[in-house]
Design a protein around this ligand. Structure first.
Ligand SMILES: NC(=O)c1ccc[n+]([C@@H]2O[C@H](COP(=O)([O-])OP(=O)(O)OC[C@H]3O[C@@H](n4cnc5c(N)ncnc54)[C@H](O)[C@@H]3O)[C@@H](O)[C@H]2O)c1
Length: 347
């Protein structure tokens, strides 16, 4: 049997716990360490997953010789430094979405990977879900023809997180655009064949999050006094090949129900991510193609499996670090455009 891959976590909160659940199911993986500034989270995590080595400072954890790989599951402002430090220490890294606070940080992370032997994997999972993989096959077969437009929607009616630091711009880089929009944008960009973005235009609005809650919310009251991010982001991205992507992301949109979906429109056909459907013309008819079965795995599990397989050198990843950098450039440009009140170029 192959030697176990020994994994450590930097940040042992919500998403780390979800990732660890999958890792614990894999026979050839051990969770050997965890680092967190929250004693409480670290203790709970270590007890649940029987983690032998725990640290308040992740730099100490990185000195653990037996550690092969590190998952960075900290708030966004704490993605770049631990990722770079872990890569420098020769550990393979997966970093949670979004890659970083901005593209300059993301570039540093990509450069750190290029400078050494260890790999950096972007923790994007939407592209790895059964629907996205099914749609990607149909897109790659040419069922849509040239893709012209991607519509990305990540809209919650009232879903401002009441935990963590999701409302604090200086710690997260932004609000629902960087937190939720990123998921659906990475998926859409993957489905489109990852064209090069050239310009972005956006507007951001804050009208609920920075005031005390006036209605009963599913996740209870949030920290409105520290809320400095947008409630609603609307944007448009242009690509070098002439295609465009629109983005709608919100923690608090006044709409019927939450939407989390991608729609593509091409010259020969269009598609929806969820449920996976292609709309096209065949045999003189407008037809809808729906896979009878697209698979039923959990995208998050697949992301972990994909990472471990990459570490073992068994396959290429569909979530390379460069994908994170590309999305980060789009996010930066959308925020910059809203700030400037005009379209901005993406280098
Ligand atoms: N892929 C997904 O679907 C998904 C879902 C949720 C969150 N996320 C991402 O995961 C990251 C964490 O989100 P979360 O929901 O787990 O947040 P969380 O608040 O539940 O957990 C973050 C943990 O990081 C710890 N931490 C903060 N600073 C640290 C430091 N310097 N060193 C070590 N630990 C530190 C905190 O104490 C906390 O335990 C965010 O970037 C978020 O965008 C991804």
């Amino acid at each position: 049997m192959a030697r176990s891959v020994r994994v450590g976590f930097i940040g042992t909160g919500g998403i780390a716990t979800r990732q660890a659940k999958r890792l614990a199911q894999l026979e050839d993986v051990e969770i050997v360490a965890g680092a967190d500034v929250s004693e409480e989270n670290l203790k709970e995590f270590a007890e649940k997953y029987e983690v032998p080595n725990t640290y308040a400072d992740y730099n100490e954890m990185l000195q653990l010789g037996e550690l092969d790989a590190v998952s960075v599951c900290t708030p966004n402002y704490m993605h770049k430094d631990p990722t770079v430090a872990a890569l420098k220490a020769g550990k393979h890294v997966m970093v949670e979405k979004p890659m970083a606070m901005n593209a300059a940080e993301a570039q540093e992370m990509v450069d750190a990977e290029r400078a050494g032997e260890a790999t950096l994997t972007m923790g994007f999972q939407y592209r790895l879900g059964p629907s996205a993989q099914a749609i990607k096959r149909l897109v790659d077969e040419g069922r849509l023809g040239k893709v012209l437009f991607a519509r990305c929607q990540a809209l919650r009616r009232r879903g401002i997180p009441s935990w963590g630091v999701f409302g604090q711009k200086e710690l997260q880089g932004g609000g629902p655009l960087i937190d939720l929009g990123v998921h659906i944008m990475e998926c859409a960009h993957f489905l489109m064949g990852e064209p090069k973005p050239t310009a972005a235009s956006a507007q951001m609005f804050t009208y609920v999050g920075n005031r005390p809650p006036e209605v009963i919310c599913p996740w209870g009251p949030w920290d409105w006094e520290t809320y400095t991010v947008e409630d609603l982001a609307i944007g448009l991205i242009r690509f070098e090949n002439g295609a465009v992507m629109s983005v709608e992301a919100s923690f608090a949109a006044h709409l019927d129900k939450d939407v989390f979906n991608v729609q593509l429109m091409g010259e020969k056909g269009g598609c929806l991510l969820d449920p996976p459907t292609v709309y096209t013309d065949e045999a003189g008819l407008m037809v809808n193609i729906e896979p009878a079965f697209a698979g039923h795995w959990q995208a998050m599990d697949h992301k972990i499996d994909d990472w471990i397989a990459r570490i073992r050198g068994e396959k290429e990843t569909q979530c390379p670090a460069i994908a994170g950098l590309n999305i980060q450039k789009m996010l930066d440009a959308l925020y910059a455009s809203a700030e400037a009140g005009k379209e901005v170029a993406i280098e």
